[in-house]
Design a protein around this ligand. Structure first.
Ligand code: SF4
Length: 417
């Protein structure tokens, strides 16, 4: 079976770029029933267009409906599910057994993939879900290679999917109550506030005898939680990003048929770049070529919290954690815009970040990339400008003559950002 590269698509635009840059399949969320509920830009009409686009390009599309629903949501799930089924996505990604049984009642042939949110960690569970009619299990991110291998041996006739790239939680998949506890936003209802990644002050009680520590959430000063911690009192739960691109061959040999990338809320640049880089790694693997270590450098062009290998190669270490800050600051290039079309001798670009004449840029396309310098920037009246502001506004530039369709502009800064 061919290995699948499965990319996130938080919007119709990201869906198209993920496909242009090499994804075999994408997963999209349905509002109200998918995690990432707050940032979901995919309307029903977008979903319809996205499915048509995937069909036209011979690609797969999976619809995520993976919340753990309360009673209140069952009625609207019943009312809405039929219209999603009628769009004929390739599968639904689900975790709530109640919603799954409702889905099967509505359409007994519906294809269901078990979401990572269901936290499936052993072969007996995989077997159980197979008996419930699930065609694919997205394995927990906490599994090691040898555990995946054993699952495949014990349950040979089910599709297994694994996350290979993107943000991960400090909690077991699907079992985090932190955000709900700290800000009443339940991660299992799709409204996680990323509590694990923010800054905290740690205070020690004045009594030397008891050595009690208290945590103060910097977003809610004056609110204290008692904790047991040592001197690493900042970003104590902020996991680095997962990246197991060097281990795809081992994962495939262990039985994984779909390599999944996290990040429906991440940018179009992330969707395109990660798809392109993993596409090359998968193509190399399938052609029997050695892993190209330059791909790790390519991944450093994308915002990240620092990379680590999760549990795939063994237990986590101190190095799996980013203690200094919560945001994705480790990157050497920045997404600056989209190349739209050539008009006369100039290229129309949509600026997503400020660019100035003299800036070093890389023009990245699905086929390759070119490094160059911005010469001049113009407005629509061909008047020269000192800069192109971001915000999605259009500008004109004299870029190299041949730029492939769907190229992205990536700003290079000496020494990174
Ligand atoms: S608070 Fe952190 S660990 Fe918990 S679900 Fe959100 S991202 Fe994951």
């Amino acid at each position: 079976m061919k290995t699948e590269l499965l990319m996130p698509a938080g919007s119709l635009e990201k869906l198209k770029y993920a496909f242009y840059y090499g994804a075999d399949a994408v997963y999209v969320g349905v509002p109200l029933f998918s995690l990432r509920a707050r940032e979901n830009e995919m309307s029903f009409e977008d979903l319809r267009e996205g499915i048509a686009f995937a069909r036209a390009h011979g690609k797969q599309i999976y619809v995520t409906a993976n919340i753990f629903a309360r009673n209140l949501k069952l009625k609207s799930f019943k009312e809405n599910f039929k219209q999603w089924v009628d769009l004929k996505p390739d599968a639904f990604i689900m975790s709530d057994p109640g919603l799954m049984s409702l889905a099967k009642e509505i359409d007994p042939n519906v294809n269901i993939h078990l979401s990572v949110q269901a936290n499936c960690m052993n072969w007996q569970s995989v077997k159980f879900w197979q008996q419930q009619g699930v065609s694919r299990v997205i394995l927990s991110r906490e599994l090691r290679l040898e555990e995946i291998r054993e699952i495949r041996q014990r349950v040979p006739d089910i599709e297994l999917e694994a996350f290979v790239h993107g943000s991960i939680c400090i909690a077991y998949s699907g079992r985090c109550l932190l955000s709900h506890y700290m800000s009443y936003r339940d991660a299992n209802q799709g409204v996680c506030d990323n509590s694990c990644r923010y800054g905290y002050n740690i205070y020690q009680s004045s009594s030397d005898k008891d050595q009690e520590f208290f945590l103060e959430d910097l977003r809610n000063k004056g609110e204290f939680y008692q904790i047991d911690e040592d001197e690493n009192g900042t970003y104590i739960m902020n996991a680095k990003d997962l990246c197991v691109i060097e281990h795809l061959q081992e994962l495939r040999d262990a039985g994984i048929c779909s390599f999944k990338v996290e990040g429906r809320t991440k940018s179009l640049y992330y969707a395109a770049m990660v798809a392109k880089i993993y596409r090359q790694a998968i193509n190399d693997m399938e052609a029997g070529r050695k892993f190209d270590t330059n791909l790790l450098k390519e991944l450093s062009k994308i915002p990240n919290r620092g990379y680590h290998k999760g549990f795939v190669t063994g237990a986590l270490s101190q190095d799996s954690q980013e203690y200094r800050h919560s945001t994705s600051r480790n990157f050497t290039q920045r997404f600056a815009g989209l190349v739209l079309e050539k008009i006369g001798s100039l290229w129309k670009v949509e600026a997503r970040h400020r660019m100035r004449p003299g800036d070093d840029i890389e023009l990245i396309s699905p086929q390759g990339s070119i490094k160059t310098k911005i010469q001049n920037i113009y407005n629509e009246h061909h008047e020269s400008l000192p800069q192109a502001g971001g915000g999605g506004l259009s500008f004109y530039m004299d870029l190299p003559a041949d730029i492939p369709s769907y190229s992205l502009i990536s700003l290079i800064e000496q020494g990174g950002f």
